[in-house]
Design a binder for this molecule. Structure first.
Ligand code: AMP
Length: 438
Protein backbone atom coordinates (compact mmCIF):
# COMPACT_ATOMS: atom_id res chain seq x y z
CA UNK A 1 0.00 0.00 0.00
CA UNK A 2 1.36 3.40 -0.88
CA UNK A 3 -0.90 6.07 0.56
CA UNK A 4 -0.93 9.53 -0.97
CA UNK A 5 -2.60 12.62 0.45
CA UNK A 6 -6.16 13.19 -0.80
CA UNK A 7 -6.19 14.96 -4.17
CA UNK A 8 -5.96 18.72 -3.76
CA UNK A 9 -4.64 18.52 -0.18
CA UNK A 10 -1.04 18.94 0.84
CA UNK A 11 1.19 18.26 3.82
CA UNK A 12 2.89 21.22 5.43
CA UNK A 13 6.32 20.72 6.96
CA UNK A 14 9.84 22.08 6.92
CA UNK A 15 10.48 25.36 5.13
CA UNK A 16 6.90 25.75 3.90
CA UNK A 17 5.44 25.22 7.36
CA UNK A 18 7.84 27.75 8.88
CA UNK A 19 7.05 30.27 6.14
CA UNK A 20 3.28 29.78 6.43
CA UNK A 21 3.49 30.19 10.21
CA UNK A 22 5.49 33.39 9.77
CA UNK A 23 2.89 34.74 7.34
CA UNK A 24 0.12 33.95 9.84
CA UNK A 25 2.13 35.54 12.66
CA UNK A 26 2.61 38.81 10.77
CA UNK A 27 -1.03 38.95 9.64
CA UNK A 28 -2.15 38.23 13.21
CA UNK A 29 0.18 40.86 14.68
CA UNK A 30 -1.23 43.43 12.27
CA UNK A 31 -4.79 42.49 13.23
CA UNK A 32 -3.86 42.93 16.89
CA UNK A 33 -2.55 46.43 16.08
CA UNK A 34 -6.05 47.19 14.83
CA UNK A 35 -7.53 45.86 18.10
CA UNK A 36 -8.82 42.56 16.69
CA UNK A 37 -9.02 39.44 18.86
CA UNK A 38 -8.71 35.89 17.59
CA UNK A 39 -11.71 33.62 17.23
CA UNK A 40 -11.66 29.92 16.39
CA UNK A 41 -14.85 28.25 15.23
CA UNK A 42 -15.46 24.60 14.30
CA UNK A 43 -14.52 23.25 10.88
CA UNK A 44 -17.92 21.53 10.82
CA UNK A 45 -21.13 23.54 10.69
CA UNK A 46 -24.67 22.52 9.90
CA UNK A 47 -25.03 22.82 6.16
CA UNK A 48 -27.69 25.54 6.42
CA UNK A 49 -25.11 27.93 7.90
CA UNK A 50 -23.46 28.03 4.49
CA UNK A 51 -26.51 27.56 2.28
CA UNK A 52 -28.20 30.51 4.04
CA UNK A 53 -25.03 32.44 4.88
CA UNK A 54 -22.60 32.04 2.01
CA UNK A 55 -25.64 31.82 -0.24
CA UNK A 56 -27.46 29.36 -2.45
CA UNK A 57 -26.48 31.03 -5.72
CA UNK A 58 -22.74 30.95 -5.09
CA UNK A 59 -20.57 28.37 -6.88
CA UNK A 60 -19.18 27.45 -3.48
CA UNK A 61 -22.53 26.28 -2.14
CA UNK A 62 -23.82 24.87 -5.42
CA UNK A 63 -20.80 22.80 -6.36
CA UNK A 64 -17.84 22.94 -4.04
CA UNK A 65 -18.86 21.95 -0.53
CA UNK A 66 -17.73 18.89 1.38
CA UNK A 67 -21.16 18.01 2.71
CA UNK A 68 -22.20 14.73 4.29
CA UNK A 69 -24.67 13.31 6.76
CA UNK A 70 -23.15 12.45 10.12
CA UNK A 71 -24.07 9.28 11.99
CA UNK A 72 -27.06 11.07 13.49
CA UNK A 73 -28.22 11.82 9.93
CA UNK A 74 -27.65 15.57 10.23
CA UNK A 75 -26.25 17.30 7.19
CA UNK A 76 -22.94 18.91 8.07
CA UNK A 77 -20.39 20.74 5.93
CA UNK A 78 -16.66 21.33 6.28
CA UNK A 79 -16.33 25.10 6.09
CA UNK A 80 -15.62 26.39 2.57
CA UNK A 81 -15.03 29.87 4.04
CA UNK A 82 -15.11 31.42 7.50
CA UNK A 83 -17.48 34.38 7.43
CA UNK A 84 -20.73 32.41 7.69
CA UNK A 85 -19.36 30.33 10.60
CA UNK A 86 -17.94 33.33 12.45
CA UNK A 87 -21.21 35.22 12.11
CA UNK A 88 -23.08 32.08 13.24
CA UNK A 89 -20.82 32.06 16.32
CA UNK A 90 -21.40 35.77 16.99
CA UNK A 91 -25.14 35.08 16.92
CA UNK A 92 -25.06 31.78 18.91
CA UNK A 93 -23.02 33.44 21.64
CA UNK A 94 -24.84 36.79 21.44
CA UNK A 95 -21.46 38.49 21.39
CA UNK A 96 -23.05 41.77 20.37
CA UNK A 97 -24.77 41.93 23.78
CA UNK A 98 -21.50 42.22 25.69
CA UNK A 99 -21.97 45.69 27.09
CA UNK A 100 -22.66 47.20 23.69
CA UNK A 101 -18.99 46.99 22.82
CA UNK A 102 -19.35 47.36 19.06
CA UNK A 103 -17.85 46.85 16.62
CA UNK A 104 -16.80 43.30 17.33
CA UNK A 105 -13.38 42.85 15.83
CA UNK A 106 -12.49 39.23 15.20
CA UNK A 107 -9.68 37.60 13.28
CA UNK A 108 -9.26 33.93 12.40
CA UNK A 109 -7.06 31.51 10.57
CA UNK A 110 -7.28 27.83 9.76
CA UNK A 111 -8.08 25.33 7.01
CA UNK A 112 -11.00 25.68 4.60
CA UNK A 113 -12.29 23.11 2.12
CA UNK A 114 -13.61 23.46 -1.42
CA UNK A 115 -14.11 20.77 -4.01
CA UNK A 116 -12.45 22.71 -6.84
CA UNK A 117 -10.18 21.58 -9.65
CA UNK A 118 -6.69 21.64 -8.11
CA UNK A 119 -4.21 23.88 -9.96
CA UNK A 120 -1.58 26.53 -9.25
CA UNK A 121 -2.69 28.45 -6.16
CA UNK A 122 -5.89 26.42 -5.87
CA UNK A 123 -6.31 23.53 -3.45
CA UNK A 124 -9.15 21.52 -1.95
CA UNK A 125 -7.81 22.06 1.55
CA UNK A 126 -6.20 25.46 1.93
CA UNK A 127 -5.73 28.00 4.69
CA UNK A 128 -7.38 31.32 5.15
CA UNK A 129 -6.55 34.23 7.38
CA UNK A 130 -9.30 36.77 7.74
CA UNK A 131 -11.11 39.34 9.82
CA UNK A 132 -14.69 40.36 10.54
CA UNK A 133 -15.68 43.76 11.93
CA UNK A 134 -19.30 43.61 13.00
CA UNK A 135 -21.75 46.15 14.32
CA UNK A 136 -20.77 49.52 12.86
CA UNK A 137 -22.36 50.42 9.55
CA UNK A 138 -20.07 53.09 8.21
CA UNK A 139 -17.86 53.80 5.22
CA UNK A 140 -15.12 54.47 7.76
CA UNK A 141 -15.34 50.88 9.05
CA UNK A 142 -15.23 49.60 5.47
CA UNK A 143 -12.21 51.78 4.68
CA UNK A 144 -10.39 50.75 7.85
CA UNK A 145 -10.83 47.11 6.92
CA UNK A 146 -9.46 47.61 3.41
CA UNK A 147 -6.56 49.68 4.70
CA UNK A 148 -5.71 47.02 7.25
CA UNK A 149 -5.64 44.32 4.57
CA UNK A 150 -3.14 46.40 2.61
CA UNK A 151 -1.06 47.25 5.71
CA UNK A 152 -0.77 43.63 6.74
CA UNK A 153 0.63 42.74 3.32
CA UNK A 154 2.99 45.74 3.46
CA UNK A 155 4.19 44.38 6.83
CA UNK A 156 5.22 41.20 5.04
CA UNK A 157 7.25 43.30 2.63
CA UNK A 158 4.93 43.27 -0.41
CA UNK A 159 5.49 46.23 -2.70
CA UNK A 160 3.49 45.79 -5.89
CA UNK A 161 -0.03 45.28 -4.63
CA UNK A 162 -3.04 45.93 -6.81
CA UNK A 163 -6.12 46.88 -4.85
CA UNK A 164 -9.31 46.51 -6.92
CA UNK A 165 -12.48 48.06 -5.58
CA UNK A 166 -16.11 48.16 -6.64
CA UNK A 167 -19.48 48.85 -5.09
CA UNK A 168 -22.36 46.46 -5.65
CA UNK A 169 -24.67 48.81 -3.78
CA UNK A 170 -27.52 48.33 -1.35
CA UNK A 171 -30.44 45.97 -1.89
CA UNK A 172 -32.36 48.44 -4.01
CA UNK A 173 -29.35 49.02 -6.28
CA UNK A 174 -28.76 45.31 -6.68
CA UNK A 175 -32.40 44.53 -7.37
CA UNK A 176 -32.48 47.09 -10.15
CA UNK A 177 -29.18 45.86 -11.47
CA UNK A 178 -30.25 42.20 -11.39
CA UNK A 179 -33.31 43.07 -13.45
CA UNK A 180 -31.15 44.87 -15.98
CA UNK A 181 -28.79 41.88 -16.17
CA UNK A 182 -31.71 39.48 -16.57
CA UNK A 183 -33.01 41.49 -19.47
CA UNK A 184 -29.58 41.73 -21.10
CA UNK A 185 -28.65 38.06 -20.77
CA UNK A 186 -32.07 36.50 -21.46
CA UNK A 187 -31.71 37.13 -25.20
CA UNK A 188 -28.23 35.59 -25.26
CA UNK A 189 -28.72 32.46 -23.15
CA UNK A 190 -28.66 30.06 -26.14
CA UNK A 191 -24.96 30.79 -26.61
CA UNK A 192 -24.16 30.46 -22.90
CA UNK A 193 -23.12 27.59 -20.62
CA UNK A 194 -25.47 25.35 -18.59
CA UNK A 195 -24.45 27.01 -15.33
CA UNK A 196 -25.44 30.42 -16.62
CA UNK A 197 -28.93 29.10 -17.40
CA UNK A 198 -29.25 28.40 -13.68
CA UNK A 199 -27.50 31.57 -12.61
CA UNK A 200 -29.92 33.83 -14.44
CA UNK A 201 -32.72 32.64 -12.18
CA UNK A 202 -30.76 32.17 -8.96
CA UNK A 203 -28.79 35.40 -9.17
CA UNK A 204 -27.80 36.97 -12.49
CA UNK A 205 -24.89 38.72 -10.75
CA UNK A 206 -23.15 35.33 -10.66
CA UNK A 207 -23.05 35.26 -14.49
CA UNK A 208 -20.40 37.97 -14.25
CA UNK A 209 -18.13 35.44 -12.44
CA UNK A 210 -18.53 32.79 -15.18
CA UNK A 211 -15.16 31.39 -16.25
CA UNK A 212 -16.23 30.25 -19.75
CA UNK A 213 -14.42 32.53 -22.24
CA UNK A 214 -17.35 33.01 -24.61
CA UNK A 215 -19.65 33.86 -21.69
CA UNK A 216 -17.08 36.32 -20.41
CA UNK A 217 -17.06 37.95 -23.84
CA UNK A 218 -20.85 38.35 -23.70
CA UNK A 219 -20.64 39.64 -20.13
CA UNK A 220 -18.35 42.44 -21.26
CA UNK A 221 -21.29 44.13 -22.96
CA UNK A 222 -23.56 43.80 -19.92
CA UNK A 223 -24.89 46.80 -18.02
CA UNK A 224 -22.58 48.13 -15.32
CA UNK A 225 -23.48 48.27 -11.63
CA UNK A 226 -22.24 51.84 -11.34
CA UNK A 227 -25.18 52.98 -13.45
CA UNK A 228 -27.62 51.36 -11.03
CA UNK A 229 -26.26 52.49 -7.67
CA UNK A 230 -28.75 54.28 -5.45
CA UNK A 231 -27.76 57.76 -4.38
CA UNK A 232 -27.00 56.55 -0.86
CA UNK A 233 -24.78 53.73 -2.13
CA UNK A 234 -22.95 56.00 -4.50
CA UNK A 235 -22.12 58.62 -1.90
CA UNK A 236 -21.15 55.94 0.61
CA UNK A 237 -18.80 54.43 -1.98
CA UNK A 238 -17.10 57.75 -2.69
CA UNK A 239 -16.67 58.39 1.00
CA UNK A 240 -14.90 55.04 1.41
CA UNK A 241 -12.67 55.75 -1.57
CA UNK A 242 -11.71 59.19 -0.33
CA UNK A 243 -10.65 57.85 3.09
CA UNK A 244 -8.42 55.29 1.38
CA UNK A 245 -7.11 57.86 -1.03
CA UNK A 246 -6.27 60.31 1.76
CA UNK A 247 -3.94 57.70 3.25
CA UNK A 248 -2.07 57.52 -0.02
CA UNK A 249 -3.18 53.99 -0.85
CA UNK A 250 -3.66 53.47 -4.56
CA UNK A 251 -6.62 51.54 -5.91
CA UNK A 252 -8.21 50.62 -9.21
CA UNK A 253 -11.95 50.83 -9.78
CA UNK A 254 -13.10 47.54 -11.28
CA UNK A 255 -16.74 47.44 -12.24
CA UNK A 256 -16.59 43.75 -13.15
CA UNK A 257 -15.74 42.83 -9.56
CA UNK A 258 -18.85 41.35 -7.92
CA UNK A 259 -17.31 38.59 -5.72
CA UNK A 260 -18.64 35.05 -5.69
CA UNK A 261 -20.43 35.02 -2.33
CA UNK A 262 -24.02 36.10 -1.85
CA UNK A 263 -23.77 38.09 1.37
CA UNK A 264 -21.88 41.10 0.04
CA UNK A 265 -23.38 44.56 -0.38
CA UNK A 266 -21.88 48.02 -0.95
CA UNK A 267 -18.08 48.00 -1.19
CA UNK A 268 -16.22 44.87 -2.33
CA UNK A 269 -12.50 44.51 -2.99
CA UNK A 270 -9.69 42.19 -3.97
CA UNK A 271 -5.93 42.44 -3.63
CA UNK A 272 -3.72 40.96 -6.33
CA UNK A 273 0.04 40.64 -6.64
CA UNK A 274 2.08 38.97 -9.32
CA UNK A 275 5.36 37.56 -8.07
CA UNK A 276 8.46 39.42 -9.30
CA UNK A 277 8.87 36.68 -11.90
CA UNK A 278 5.33 37.33 -13.12
CA UNK A 279 3.63 34.26 -11.70
CA UNK A 280 -0.06 34.76 -10.93
CA UNK A 281 -1.29 32.59 -8.06
CA UNK A 282 -4.68 34.31 -8.15
CA UNK A 283 -6.14 36.89 -5.80
CA UNK A 284 -4.37 37.11 -2.46
CA UNK A 285 -7.31 38.62 -0.66
CA UNK A 286 -11.03 39.17 -1.14
CA UNK A 287 -13.58 40.91 0.99
CA UNK A 288 -16.23 43.51 1.42
CA UNK A 289 -19.17 44.85 3.34
CA UNK A 290 -22.15 42.69 4.26
CA UNK A 291 -25.42 44.25 5.25
CA UNK A 292 -27.88 41.43 5.78
CA UNK A 293 -25.83 38.42 6.87
CA UNK A 294 -26.09 38.73 10.65
CA UNK A 295 -29.87 38.97 10.41
CA UNK A 296 -29.99 36.18 7.83
CA UNK A 297 -28.34 33.89 10.37
CA UNK A 298 -30.82 34.76 13.11
CA UNK A 299 -29.13 37.74 14.76
CA UNK A 300 -30.02 41.43 15.00
CA UNK A 301 -29.77 43.80 12.06
CA UNK A 302 -26.03 44.47 12.24
CA UNK A 303 -23.76 45.21 9.32
CA UNK A 304 -20.28 43.83 8.97
CA UNK A 305 -17.18 44.07 6.85
CA UNK A 306 -14.35 41.62 6.42
CA UNK A 307 -11.88 39.90 4.18
CA UNK A 308 -10.11 36.59 3.75
CA UNK A 309 -6.60 35.94 2.47
CA UNK A 310 -5.33 32.70 1.03
CA UNK A 311 -2.33 31.90 3.23
CA UNK A 312 -0.75 29.55 0.65
CA UNK A 313 -0.96 32.23 -2.03
CA UNK A 314 0.47 34.94 0.21
CA UNK A 315 3.23 32.54 1.22
CA UNK A 316 4.04 31.57 -2.38
CA UNK A 317 4.36 35.11 -3.67
CA UNK A 318 6.33 36.18 -0.58
CA UNK A 319 8.69 33.24 -1.00
CA UNK A 320 9.20 33.76 -4.74
CA UNK A 321 10.00 37.43 -4.10
CA UNK A 322 12.58 36.60 -1.42
CA UNK A 323 10.58 38.15 1.41
CA UNK A 324 11.06 35.04 3.54
CA UNK A 325 14.74 34.39 2.85
CA UNK A 326 15.99 35.70 6.18
CA UNK A 327 13.63 33.80 8.43
CA UNK A 328 15.62 32.53 11.38
CA UNK A 329 14.67 28.88 11.57
CA UNK A 330 17.63 27.50 13.52
CA UNK A 331 18.07 26.68 17.17
CA UNK A 332 20.40 28.52 19.55
CA UNK A 333 22.56 25.68 20.65
CA UNK A 334 23.46 22.05 20.02
CA UNK A 335 25.15 20.17 22.85
CA UNK A 336 27.71 17.65 21.69
CA UNK A 337 28.68 14.85 24.06
CA UNK A 338 32.17 13.42 23.76
CA UNK A 339 31.89 9.79 24.81
CA UNK A 340 29.17 7.52 26.16
CA UNK A 341 30.00 8.42 29.79
CA UNK A 342 28.78 12.03 29.55
CA UNK A 343 25.36 11.32 27.98
CA UNK A 344 23.43 11.59 31.26
CA UNK A 345 25.09 14.88 32.18
CA UNK A 346 24.54 16.24 28.68
CA UNK A 347 20.86 15.28 28.93
CA UNK A 348 20.50 17.16 32.21
CA UNK A 349 22.47 20.21 31.09
CA UNK A 350 20.32 20.40 27.95
CA UNK A 351 17.20 20.53 30.13
CA UNK A 352 18.81 23.23 32.28
CA UNK A 353 19.58 25.34 29.20
CA UNK A 354 15.99 24.94 27.98
CA UNK A 355 14.74 26.18 31.33
CA UNK A 356 16.84 29.30 30.75
CA UNK A 357 14.86 29.95 27.58
CA UNK A 358 17.31 28.88 24.87
CA UNK A 359 16.35 26.47 22.11
CA UNK A 360 18.69 23.55 22.34
CA UNK A 361 19.07 19.92 21.38
CA UNK A 362 21.57 17.07 21.69
CA UNK A 363 22.01 13.77 19.84
CA UNK A 364 20.73 11.62 22.78
CA UNK A 365 23.05 8.75 21.78
CA UNK A 366 26.80 8.73 21.46
CA UNK A 367 28.41 8.78 18.06
CA UNK A 368 31.21 10.28 16.02
CA UNK A 369 32.04 13.91 16.70
CA UNK A 370 31.79 14.75 13.01
CA UNK A 371 28.26 13.44 12.69
CA UNK A 372 27.20 15.38 15.78
CA UNK A 373 28.52 18.58 14.18
CA UNK A 374 26.56 17.74 11.02
CA UNK A 375 23.41 17.39 13.08
CA UNK A 376 24.14 20.75 14.71
CA UNK A 377 24.43 22.26 11.27
CA UNK A 378 21.20 20.67 10.05
CA UNK A 379 19.39 22.06 13.08
CA UNK A 380 20.71 25.47 12.11
CA UNK A 381 22.38 25.86 15.51
CA UNK A 382 24.23 29.10 16.19
CA UNK A 383 26.54 27.42 18.69
CA UNK A 384 27.80 23.99 19.64
CA UNK A 385 28.54 23.28 23.26
CA UNK A 386 31.09 20.48 23.45
CA UNK A 387 31.18 18.50 26.66
CA UNK A 388 33.64 15.72 27.47
CA UNK A 389 34.59 14.07 30.74
CA UNK A 390 37.48 16.44 31.25
CA UNK A 391 35.25 19.50 30.84
CA UNK A 392 32.56 18.21 33.14
CA UNK A 393 35.11 17.51 35.87
CA UNK A 394 36.25 21.13 35.63
CA UNK A 395 32.69 22.48 35.38
CA UNK A 396 33.25 24.03 31.96
CA UNK A 397 32.26 23.54 28.31
CA UNK A 398 33.67 24.52 24.92
CA UNK A 399 31.27 26.92 23.22
CA UNK A 400 31.87 27.11 19.49
CA UNK A 401 30.29 29.71 17.24
CA UNK A 402 29.40 27.60 14.22
CA UNK A 403 29.56 30.51 11.84
CA UNK A 404 32.81 32.23 12.84
CA UNK A 405 34.28 28.95 14.22
CA UNK A 406 35.51 30.89 17.24
CA UNK A 407 35.64 28.74 20.34
CA UNK A 408 35.77 29.72 23.98
CA UNK A 409 35.58 27.97 27.29
CA UNK A 410 32.55 28.85 29.39
CA UNK A 411 31.64 28.28 33.03
CA UNK A 412 28.80 25.75 33.39
CA UNK A 413 27.94 27.20 36.79
CA UNK A 414 27.20 30.54 35.19
CA UNK A 415 25.37 29.25 32.10
CA UNK A 416 22.73 31.96 31.97
CA UNK A 417 25.21 34.84 31.80
CA UNK A 418 27.59 32.98 29.52
CA UNK A 419 24.86 32.19 26.99
CA UNK A 420 23.26 35.64 27.20
CA UNK A 421 26.64 37.13 26.44
CA UNK A 422 27.26 34.75 23.53
CA UNK A 423 23.83 35.40 21.96
CA UNK A 424 24.11 39.18 22.16
CA UNK A 425 25.46 39.77 18.65
CA UNK A 426 22.61 37.65 17.25
CA UNK A 427 19.96 39.51 19.22
CA UNK A 428 21.33 42.81 17.95
CA UNK A 429 21.35 41.49 14.41
CA UNK A 430 17.72 40.43 14.69
CA UNK A 431 16.84 43.76 16.19
CA UNK A 432 18.65 45.58 13.45
CA UNK A 433 16.93 43.52 10.81
CA UNK A 434 13.59 44.40 12.33
CA UNK A 435 14.34 48.12 12.27
CA UNK A 436 15.35 47.99 8.66
CA UNK A 437 12.03 46.45 7.72
CA UNK A 438 10.18 49.29 9.36
P1 AMP B 1 -13.00 33.86 -1.25
O1 AMP B 1 -13.62 33.46 0.05
O2 AMP B 1 -13.40 32.97 -2.40
O3 AMP B 1 -13.11 35.29 -1.55
O4 AMP B 1 -11.44 33.58 -1.07
C1 AMP B 1 -10.61 34.42 -0.33
C2 AMP B 1 -9.18 34.09 -0.63
O5 AMP B 1 -8.92 32.74 -0.27
C3 AMP B 1 -8.84 34.16 -2.10
O6 AMP B 1 -8.48 35.47 -2.46
C4 AMP B 1 -7.66 33.23 -2.19
O7 AMP B 1 -6.48 33.89 -1.80
C5 AMP B 1 -8.00 32.17 -1.17
N1 AMP B 1 -8.58 30.97 -1.80
C6 AMP B 1 -9.86 30.78 -2.19
N2 AMP B 1 -10.04 29.56 -2.69
C7 AMP B 1 -8.84 28.94 -2.65
C8 AMP B 1 -8.36 27.64 -3.02
N3 AMP B 1 -9.17 26.72 -3.55
N4 AMP B 1 -7.04 27.36 -2.83
C9 AMP B 1 -6.21 28.29 -2.30
N5 AMP B 1 -6.60 29.51 -1.92
C10 AMP B 1 -7.91 29.85 -2.09
Amino acid sequence: MNFQPVKGTHDLFGEEMIGMQYVIDVLSATAELYAYKRISTPVLEYTEVFSRGTGGSSDIVRKEMYTFNDKGDRSVTMRPEFTAGVVRSVVSNKMYAEGGDLPLKLYYHGPAFRYERPQLGRYRQFHQFGVEEIGIDSPRADAECIIMAMQSLYMLGFKNLRLKINSIGDEESRNNYRNALKEYFSGKLDEMCEDCHERINLNPLRILDCKVPHDQEIAKGAPKIKDYLSEASESRFYETLSIINDLGIEYELDDSLVRGLDYYSEVVFEIHALSDAGVDYGALCGGGHYGGLVKQLGGPDLAGVGYAMGVERVYNVAKDDGLLSELDTGIDLYVIPVGEEVLDDVFNITEEIRSLGFSVDNPLVSGKLGSAFKKAERRGAKFALILGEDELERGVGQLKNLKTKEQKEIDLNDLENELDEAMKPFDEQEHHHHEEKE
